[in-house]
Design a binder for this molecule. Sequence first.
Ligand code: OGA
Ligand code: NI
Length: 349
Amino acid sequence: MKTVQGNDTTTLTMEVARVQAIASISKCMDTIPSEYIRSENEQPAATTLHGVVLQVPVIDISDVDEEKVVKMIAEASKEWGIFQVINHGIPDEVIANLQKVGKDFFEEVPQEEKELIAKNPGSQSIEGYGTSLQKEVEGKKGWVDHLFHKIWPPSEINYRYWPKNPPSYREANEEYAKRLREVSDRIFKSLSLGLGLEAHEMKEAAGGEDIVHLLKINYYPPCPRPDLALGVVAHTDMSHITILVPNEVQGLQVFKDDHWYDVKYIPNALIVHIGDQVEILSNGKYKGVYHRTTVNKDKTRMSWPVFLEPPSEHEVGPIPKLINEANPSKFKTKKYKDYVYCKLNKLPQ
Ligand code: OGA
Ligand code: NI
């Protein structure tokens, strides 16, 4: 139950329907509420190219041939906007702990306690437990609940939005955040070198040490009609890059050459998405990947994307060195907060 302060003297009481609750009611049925039924041109059953599991590039970043790694990351980012990274150096146990505490928050913590860290409907901040971010056309909804909170830098962290339970939640997330930064530094470096820039230039233009690391946990409960529903609707991420840990239930799809494909699940790999901001910094050389998620009839899917974003006041535009007469600027330079505002309100950039 949520109490919402009205604009004058009214105080409204509003119940937010969590997909997890709807899923437990729908379990014994073969229907879902109509707002979860996608239009025909979006329904996964009708729009997925079946029988083909798309093998997005898989890159072993422990390869001693660094030049080769740079080349593979740059090529994947130009061609696909997405790749999977293996042998990334984050111990399996660190990832398993991140997954365990996140799963426990969604499945073991009583609902009333989860609601204590719910996103405030009136607030500008994205952080907190919640159910759907974007205003979707036709009032359609995704079959997913989520939790957002920042994990880096320390000055940006608000522990109010971190679950208190399970008790090891904080430690597991802090450890993952620390390890993840080693991987993201490596990726920024490769993206920079891949454009003929010096190793540090891309990260610097992206916001340097102030880059915000925003964790989201997606919780997709079993869905009686996975053929008709979507988890997260098709989008590109607003971030520079997004580094995602999935669980073992496949569901991520990528749009390529006019078709939707399933992305293969590789245990312990990290899935790296190029987001809108790196597309802009690179003046369109690297492509933000268009992706969506499907849901499963019997199993709960979860994922842990970390969005690496500029600080909200940071200006992002094509890196000046990449602009010349033959390559005119394709994007406006603007503050990240203004980019976000336009995107969420579906205004032109
Ligand atoms: C997202 C997203 C993909 C996934 O939350 O932005 O694209 O695999 N998630 O859950
Ligand atoms: Ni995404």
